[in-house]
Design a protein. Sequence first.
Length: 470
Amino acid sequence: MNIKKLMTSGFLYTLGNIFVQAIGFITLPIYTRIISQEVFGEFSLFSSYMSIFMLVIGLQVSGSLSAAKVKYANEYDRYAVSAFHFSSLFAFSLVLLILLFRKLLGDVFGFSEQVIVLLAVQTFNGYCSGFLGAYFIQKQESVANFLLSFGSAIVNTIISIGLITVMTDDFLARVYGGIIPSSILMLIAIVYFQKKRESFFDKDYLSFILMISLPLIFHQLGHLVLNQLDRIMIWKMLSVKEVAIYSFGYTMGMIIQTVLNSINMAWIPWFFEAKKKENEQLRCYVLRYLAFGLFLTLGYLTIFPDLTLIMGGEKYSQSIDFIAMIIISYFFVFLYTFPVNIQFYHANTKMIPIGTIAAGIVNAILNYFFIPKFGIYGAAVATVLSYLCLLIFHHLISRKRYQYDEVTVKMFSILSIIALGYALLMNQFSHSLPVRWTFGAMVVIGYIIYFNEDIKVLHSLVIKKKKEEK
């Protein structure tokens, strides 16, 4: 895999997710104006509980696909088909179990039996379509993945807004708006893997599937605590309106995660192959990738206050106070993917869930003390500190076990200080567009000066390609 393919895949993954987010941007002001804060908060809780179900619904088997691409490179489709059938059948059996105990679960989660049924169906659909998307990513089928995510988002949006206008229950309208397109994608995933004409399930893969996937359940459990528990605790300690404000702000902060994660999806298969071939320039590419991630983060920190007011209006303007902290949290997530990718490369995921669960526990404890004292801003600060702990943990593990030195402690520290300092600066001037954009322009100029040679090389490649096309 060459650099050109990496850039193409990264561009398409990022473009696809940006388009999906763009749909969210366009519709977010609509949702925040046509539904109440209570419904917005209730749907956020529905999404949080769906994340809980997603933990075990498919045993996180889709997470084994990247490691399988290294171990079973010559029989990858055979592995993927077996993994899909095994996990989807397990998921379906859990759905039946949820339906059987829907009344009990309804009492636990505070939803009606009907909503619990919809929750189970949506979770199963999400797993199947998510597995297909993960497969496309590892196969570098970026166009297929783009169509999958973008098409789903378009249909979801159209149906949701349409149902809100005709149904009396806005909450159920939002839920059905997601279930209908996800059901179509679920059927597409099943048909797609059936048409591969590989054996339905090869038991020889079972030990590898379980070895890689089971630890990821606890890894995702930790992420669930990190991403969702704060909303539930805000609901219990404050009110559903605060949940709505925090959920809106969190969504705005996660935009940078969408971009960085999309690039990482393209980076992982390229990085694994380059590392396998002992590419001598790998460290150079890693450092430039880090610099690019920092650049995107600083750029978003510059504009998020303006975007927040456009998307949420004055009703959600309070979220501006803490969004910068959410952005920094996801910059730490970006940084921690570097040592974690090393653990995936060596097909050893045992320590991954330990770090995530520990960070989740730290988050829960900090939320317990911070939310009553500082409100929703306290939850955002707790998130930053928790992800910082996660970064430190995984760097220490990868350093000790695999002599990881592609990114040093000094480099992590420099990047973190720059990002955090800039975030605090942007928060200080959140109501002054000229000041923020002046600092943003200074960042751009600084990057142009520092990476002048790289820009010249990239420019020459573009010129050369245009000449070849002529």
